[in-house]
Design a protein around this ligand. Structure first.
Ligand SMILES: *Cc1c(COP(=O)(O)O)cnc(C)c1O
Length: 364
């Protein structure tokens, strides 16, 4: 079959491995598998949200409210923006896809940091755009500004905090990059982990209302990480009205499900669960930092719900990830990103205990 030739250059996105695979391949009992690979909320589904999902089970025959009025109203209040400045997607991934198709075509170019979220490249290549990367794995303002001036990219992706490295860009630096962008360069601020950065250091908090005055900036958020709804697939884009209207031309009808919509509405109103999630994370990540220090492992200062262990030439990340997998601990090997490192989602106390116990067996 002959496909669009642009697809020849695309490597299929490799998602974190599921629990079922470890059970099937290595005979680990399902309850003993520790999944720390996909940055999911270790507290599990918010019980209040689970209740709402069940309560909507008999509404599965109905299409959802396509205006998504209630969810937009809740986000509009939360972020102090107008409902016309919001678009909802099946994960913020779907918004990334919309904006790539809305903005790019063959010969266009996109700019991102050396090591960042893999989907930016995939969506860009689907439409024949060229991918440019800054030299450093973390976001550096001088590198972005220099490359924007040299190449005038159509889209600039600022993943802050950044997946899979955990670094973040301060608000001051983000504003500097925005100010240096051409008026027709769309600057995408992917805030999938913004709740964690905001809690760690307010200088790293970018709020949607900070960017609404610009005609060329969009903020993306998701319910998949701090809100614990990865399985429901709900994300959002916030930008000035003209950008949102453009993206609406890309949107299929009913793009999130009735159950997802109900779940996100409930989750968006529950600050207590969010605070509990952040508090657990802040307490537990200290243990990962201490562990790394004890074993001489280099880390990147993390503003996210995961931590990256860099191995340099001390050990092989692929071997480490594989050995852990056989013991039932799933972490993310970053070899495919060009880093000899693993990314570990910070789990519950018990999950982290198990990680430390099994990993230290490997190290000694
Ligand atoms: C998880 C993630 C997303 C989006 O996830 P969805 O589940 O599609 O909302 C976007 N960007 C980054 C950097 C992520 O890590």
């Amino acid at each position: 079959m002959k496909f669009n030739p642009f697809l020849e250059d695309i490597k299929v996105y490799e998602a974190g491995k599921p629990i079922e695979l470890v059970v099937r391949e290595f005979g680990v009992k399902p309850e003993e598998v520790v999944k720390l690979a996909s940055n999911e909320n270790p507290l599990g589904t918010n019980p209040a949200v689970a209740k709402v999902i069940c309560a909507h089970a008999d509404k599965a025959h109905l299409y959802p409210d396509d205006s998504m009025y209630e969810l937009k109203a809740s986000l509009s209040e939360k972020y102090a923006v107008d409902e016309t400045e919001i678009i909802i997607g099946a994960g913020s991934d779907q918004i990334l896809e919309f904006l790539s198709r809305a903005k790019l075509r063959e010969g266009a170019s996109v700019l991102m940091s050396q090591v960042t979220f893999a989907m930016y490249e995939i969506y860009a290549k689907q439409v024949g755009a060229k991918v440019l990367r800054t030299p450093s794995y973390e976001h550096r303002v001088d590198e972005f500004v220099e490359m924007m001036e040299a190449h005038h990219p159509d889209i600039v992706y600022l993943c802050t905090p950044n997946n899979p490295t955990g670094d973040a860009i301060s608000k001051k630096d983000v504003m500097e990059i925005i100010d240096a962008a051409d008026p027709d360069t769309l600057v995408v601020i992917d805030g999938a982990y913004m709740e964690y950065a905001a809690a760690k250091d307010p200088q790293y908090l970018i709020e949607p209302k900070d960017i609404l005055q610009y005609d060329n900036v969009i903020y993306l958020g998701t319910f998949s990480k701090a809100y614990g709804l990865g399985g429901m697939r709900v994300g959002y884009g916030i930008a000035n009205k003209e950008i949102i209207q453009g993206l609406y031309k890309m949107r299929p009808p009913f793009n999130i499900s009735t159950l997802s919509l109900a779940a996100a509405i409930e989750a968006s109103r529950d600050e207590v669960f969010l605070e509990k999630s952040i508090a657990l994370h802040q307490e537990q990540i200290l243990r990962y930092e201490a562990f790394a220090q004890e074993y001489g492992i280099e880390t990147i200062d993390s503003y996210t719900n995961f931590i990256t262990y860099l191995f340099g030439d001390t050990r092989d990340a692929s071997k480490v990830a594989d050995a852990l997998l056989r013991k039932g601990v799933i972490v993310r090997n970053l070899a495919s990103y060009g880093l000899n490192a693993i990314r570990i989602t910070v789990g519950t106390q018990a999950q982290n205990d198990r990680f430390f116990a099994l990993f230290s067996e490997e190290l000694t």
